[in-house]
Design a protein around this ligand. Structure first.
Ligand SMILES: Cc1cc2nc3c(=O)[nH]c(=O)nc-3n(C[C@H](O)[C@H](O)[C@H](O)COP(=O)(O)O)c2cc1C
Length: 238
């Protein structure tokens, strides 16, 4: 878990450059790549996602960042479209995300607007998952109550039958075919978080951390995309 020196990777310098980078999303992408490359923790792509309910109550949970696109500047996670988080972001699409890699001494905070991914993109990602995860997407009404763990497993077996899958009772193996073709459920797919603000935080000695915050305008283009303005960066006190 040794952190590579800033001399060999400029993105890992101990502070941000005096003149702040023009596009901070490239830095954020490089940090995520580095955390993944160095295997600094399990799920280095995990991030805390905050949504706000209709009464103004924020709620936070961890999800996995499956794509980070510096230009034009959004990240993608996958989830159930009937879940609490998606119900909340459909009423109020303003969300916040944080990544933290303790071993790298780095935090990224992103604020932005959520939009569902195009269906074709969700189809492609769903097709790349193993059948167990695919069945899980059909089998769980994420965020809805259920009476017991047994009732949940029963529901999974029933959904598997409805899909024509011959799964074992413990749901660990599947009979008859090697690789079943399971279509993506319409209620499951990607969510893009378009960044309107981002903060890059580098841990400093004696808590004299280095912080840069950037903001830009987002103008809706269509249901998935935004037209983006120029990033404007400011250094912040720790
Ligand atoms: C490391 C980790 C990764 C997770 N990844 C996801 C994910 O990518 N998508 C997802 O829907 N839930 C994921 N979860 C579960 C969520 O934290 C959460 O329990 C679930 O999405 C329901 O949240 P909601 O009821 O607020 O919608 C993950 C949890 C952990 C701890």
């Amino acid at each position: 878990m040794a952190v590579e020196s800033g001399l060999t990777n400029p993105y890992l310098a101990h502070q941000l450059p005096d003149e702040l980078p023009g596009n901070p999303m490239h830095w954020a992408a490089a940090w995520l790549e580095e955390a993944t490359r160095q295997e600094v923790q399990r799920n280095p792509n995990s991030m805390t996602l905050v949504t706000v309910g209709d009464e103004g109550q924020p709620s936070a949970r961890v999800v996995l960042c499956k794509d980070f696109v510096p230009d034009p500047g959004y990240l993608v996670f996958y989830t159930n479209y009937h879940s609490r988080k998606v119900c909340e972001l459909q009423v109020n699409p303003r969300v916040a995300v944080t990544f933290h890699w303790d071993a790298l001494g780095r935090q990224i905070r992103i604020e932005g607007i959520a939009a569902l991914s195009p269906g074709a993109e969700s189809n492609a990602y769903f097709a790349s998952r193993n059948w167990g995860s695919q069945l899980g997407a059909w089998g769980s009404n994420q965020s809805a109550p259920i009476a017991s763990r047994d009732a949940l497993l029963h529901q999974l077996r029933e959904r598997a039958k409805e899909l024509g899958l011959n799964v074992s009772d413990d749901l660990q193996s599947i009979g008859g075919i090697d690789r079943p073709v399971i279509p993506r459920p319409g209620h499951w797919g990607g969510v893009r978080v378009w960044a309107s603000a981002i903060e890059l935080w580098i841990e400093g000695r004696d808590r004299i951390h280095d912080r840069g915050r950037w903001q830009r305008a987002l103008d809706r283009k269509d249901e998935h995309d935004f037209v983006t303005g120029e990033w404007r960066g400011t250094r912040l006190q720790p």
